[in-house]
Design a protein around this ligand. Structure first.
Ligand code: FAD
Length: 409
């Protein structure tokens, strides 16, 4: 399968890591991302309605490590370890719930720093070409012909007409996120079982600045203010601020119409957080920041013949309560890589690697990947949904916590 050409659609977290993996295995990689190069832009973190920071766990780190232990170390250097949850009661009392008695932990990392690092890493492979401002339009999944639209081309691009770019690929990777167009196009071709579900809760990101030059609350924890049907969480940033996320039902968001409403809501439910965030900043951020929806996607299969595979949110978008969306997307690539390498090793006895044989091996690897991975990702999509109830309500249920503790012994 070496010296073959892969087109990756989507230069997000998963697409950029996929580029590194496939380049390492000898593929020539063209990655097309519809946005301009985010590395050249000022980040406010909210531009694409995504979290400013996220939790990277062992699942995601293992995928980085398999590619290159140095890359894992560079990501860890950008991250803040969170050793447990810190539960904030209504009266301001804080109780720490360690994640693990042996010190295993998750890590808070800036989304923009991580994507910059991964794009730089992909750029460093000689076989990788990154194309920004190129939107995937459609593909012929049997011939491997991919059609893209170049943004702002104004029709002056010599290599294509009116910004249309047509390329041929041996393999197409759809890493184009929850609303994946690659998946949509595949669905018109393949019998895909698919579901997309919005939950009745949305979220809004807020912040808590440093206090006297230091973190306002413990940086070693993922902070949770569980309030039954809604919650506030906070993850630390390297600049000693916290990114806070308010998750709650849409009806509750709708009831907040003014600065006074949001301040009263925080006074009633998160008085300690309000004190640390400050009324002025809370009002300004709540008014300015988007209120985003949450959905999850399940689909099966994730592949088409020897030609297409969808990875990351394109295959299994999930609600963020398990902190595993990106981690699971990274694991997709690791699993795919293991299967591709194994398939090739078993076939090494065959003397001559013709194009036909390469295609058959690739098909075998993709079929196996889809069969294994769709079951696992479907399970984690369910776990993510269940964890919302745990985070917003069960973390303060003593009987439930004791049962979980005893189960773990
Ligand atoms: P995306 O990040 O969506 O990237 C897709 C890329 O494809 C984008 O750059 C997009 O511009 C591009 N694209 C889309 N369409 C096209 C097209 N037609 N042509 C070309 N390019 C295209 N995960 C965790 O592991 N830990 C967490 O703590 C965590 N917290 C989260 C908190 C929130 C509030 C949310 C919403 C999500 C969180 N996640 C977390 C999930 C995580 O953000 C996603 O799983 C992850 O971003 C998926 O990466 P991806 O590359 O598959 O998709």
């Amino acid at each position: 399968m070496s010296e073959r050409h892969v087109v990756i659609i989507g230069g997000g977290l998963v697409g950029s890591l996929t580029a590194c993996y496939l380049a390492k295995r000898g593929w020539t990689v063209d990655l097309y991302e519809k946005r301009q190069d985010t590395r050249l832009q000022q980040h406010d973190g909210l531009g694409d309605n995504r979290s400013i920071n996220l939790a990277i766990s062992e699942r995601g780190l293992a995928a980085l490590r398999r590619l290159d232990p140095v890359l894992e170390a560079r990501v860890k250097a950008l991250a803040i370890p969170m050793h447990g949850r810190m539960i904030h009661a209504l009266d301001g009392h804080q109780s720490s719930q360690p994640y693990d008695i042996f010190g295993k932990h998750i890590n808070s990392v800036s989304r923009s720093a991580l994507i910059t690092l991964l794009l730089d890493e992909a750029d460093s492979y000689p076989g990788v070409n990154l194309h920004f401002g190129h939107e995937f339009i459609t593909a012929n999944f049997d011939t491997g012909q991919v059609v893209l639209q170049e943004a702002d081309s104004g029709g002056h691009n010599n290599s294509c007409e009116r910004g249309r770019v047509v390329v041929d690929a041996d393999l197409i990777v759809g890493a184009d996120g929850a609303f994946s167009r690659v998946r949509q196009r595949m669905m018109s071709k393949v019998m895909i079982n698919y579901s997309q579900t919005y939950i009745e809760h949305g979220y809004c990101e807020l912040s808590m600045g440093p206090r006297n030059g230091d973190f306002a609350i413990s940086p070693d924890h993922l902070h949770i203010w569980p309030r039954g049907s809604f919650m506030l969480i906070a993850l630390p940033n390297l600049d000693r601020s916290f990114t806070c996320t308010l998750f709650m039902p849409w009806q509750q968001f709708d009831r907040i119409k003014s600065d006074a409403d949001i301040v009263n809501f925080f006074r009633e439910n998160f008085p300690d957080a309000l004190h640390l965030m400050g009324e002025k900043s809370l009002c300004a951020e709540f008014a300015a920041n988007p209120k985003c929806s949450l959905m999850y996607v399940k689909c099966l299969p994730h592949t088409y013949k020897n030609r297409v595979v969808i990875l990351g949110d394109a295959a299994h978008a999930m609600v963020p309560f398990y902190g595993q969306g990106m981690n699971c997307g990274f694991e997709d690539i690791e699993v795919l890589d293991r299967i591709m390498v194994d398939t090739l090793q078993h076939a090494n006895a065959s003397s001559k690697r013709t194009a036909d044989l390469s295609n058959r091996l690739l098909r075998r690897a993709l079929d196996k990947y889809s069969a294994i991975r769709s079951v696992d990702t479907s399970a984690i999509v369910d776990l993510a949904l269940e964890n919302y109830i745990e985070m917003r309500a069960k973390v303060v249920d003593f009987k439930y916590l004791m049962r979980r503790f005893l189960e773990g012994l």
